[in-house]
Design a protein around this ligand. Structure first.
Ligand code: FJE
Ligand code: FE
Length: 345
């Protein structure tokens, strides 16, 4: 007669072993997602699609990248009113995606005179304005003034305080991107600083059907001259039909792709194409892959940054670490002190 112990060994034990093994395997497979969710509470919000949830097979891992990133969240951006008579497609910074450390806001803006962004303050972060079409004139409370045109770039470190206006310089529609990058607590109150690059001075390199404008960081062996107080990479890629890109990204940085034109396949060869005005938040890994499988040009930005890992308390254009610092900032602005001396209101 077969004993009960033998039956247990025969049927129950293999089941148990399989269960434990598959549990370990799913933990391993999802390790990127859990690391991502842990660092980005905002990504827990619903109302968005998840893609490429699976890790890449060995055959798919390219020679350049050891651990390709995958898409963790995909959002479509919609037009909303901002400033005075201007519109933006906000991706980072909207309700469903409050922050993406160190990034606070990403706006694709569109503005026609007499609309614009009249006098307003900033404290505690940087704004990066990159023109896609037309021109914007900016003027601050210390007399710093200029016009940025298509392809030009303004990297503004607001630090302890800037009050400025950003208005259309031409007739017609002005378009561009504005990214807000947080500063760590020890840099929030630094002296304001501008880094401005004309389009002709933005480092540009082309190879194998890929063109990249290196706004910050490095790509295809070419470095940007921009100093990033919060370590950041900002690349503007154009891929011809058939082109395939492999771009390294420091592995612990948060990164995203925002599609400007055409449609691209990202991270995984078989994934569905992503069209213009979508943002893809990437999980961890040492780089990203992109394919242009369409018959038109594909243009997108790839942005990455070292997470700061500090509390963020935001009140409109003031971004500090605590409510007390925000209250202090509101007082400083109201009484024109501690960096807001030049504000006339
Ligand atoms: C704003 C605080 C701001 N997106 N995109 C509050 F700083 C702004 C603001 C902008 C802005 C400016 C440009 Cl040029 C491009 C932008 C916000 O100036 F609109 C509000 N409400
Ligand atoms: Fe501004």
């Amino acid at each position: 007669m077969i004993s009960r112990t033998f039956l247990v060994y025969l049927f129950v034990l293999p089941l148990l072993v399989r269960f434990v093994l598959s549990w370990f395997w799913s933990l391993y497979k999802n390790s990127n997602i859990s690391r991502f969710l842990f660092q980005n509470p905002s990504s827990k919000i619903q109302n968005c699609t998840e893609e490429n949830g699976k890790r890449m097979s060995k055959a798919e891992i390219s020679s350049v990248l050891r651990e390709s990133r995958f898409v963790v969240k995909k959002f479509q951006t919609r037009i909303q009113a901002e400033g005075v008579g201007a519109v933006v497609r906000r991706s980072i910074g909207r309700f469903e995606l409050r922050h993406f450390d160190p990034f606070l806001v990403l706006d694709e803006f569109s503005v026609t005179a007499p609309g614009g962004f009249p006098d307003h303050p900033h404290r505690g972060f940087e704004t990066v304005t990159y023109m896609l079409q037309g021109a914007m004139t900016h003027e601050d409370f210390a007399g710093h003034k200029g016009t940025i045109r298509t392809g030009d770039l303004q990297w503004m470190t607001a630090g302890r305080g800037i009050v400025h206006s950003e208005m259309p310089a031409n007739q017609g529609t002005q378009k561009g991107l504005q990214l807000w990058i947080n500063l760590s607590s020890k840099h929030k109150m630094i002296e304001p600083r501008y880094q401005e690059l004309l389009s002709k001075d933005v480092a540009e390199v082309a190879k194998d059907g890929i063109k990249v404008r290196v706004i910050a960081g490095e790509a295809l062996g070419t470095k940007s001259a921009i100093y990033t107080r919060t370590p950041t990479m900002y690349l503007d890629f154009t891929l011809k039909p058939g082109a395939h890109l492999q771009q390294p990204i420091p592995s612990m940085w948060n990164s995203f792709i925002y599609v400007l034109e055409g449609e691209g396949v990202f991270c995984k060869q078989e994934s569905s194409p992503t069209k213009a005005h979508y943002i893809l938040l990437l999980g961890f890994g040492d780089g990203v892959e992109a394919w242009n499988k369409s018959s038109k040009l594909l243009r997108f930005i790839l942005v990455g940054g070292e997470p700061i890992g500090e509390p963020v308390v935001q009140y409109g254009p003031f971004v500090m670490n605590t409510q007390e610092e925000i209250d202090q900032t509101i007082d400083d602005y109201e009484y024109c002190i501690n960096g807001f001396e030049n504000a006339k209101h």
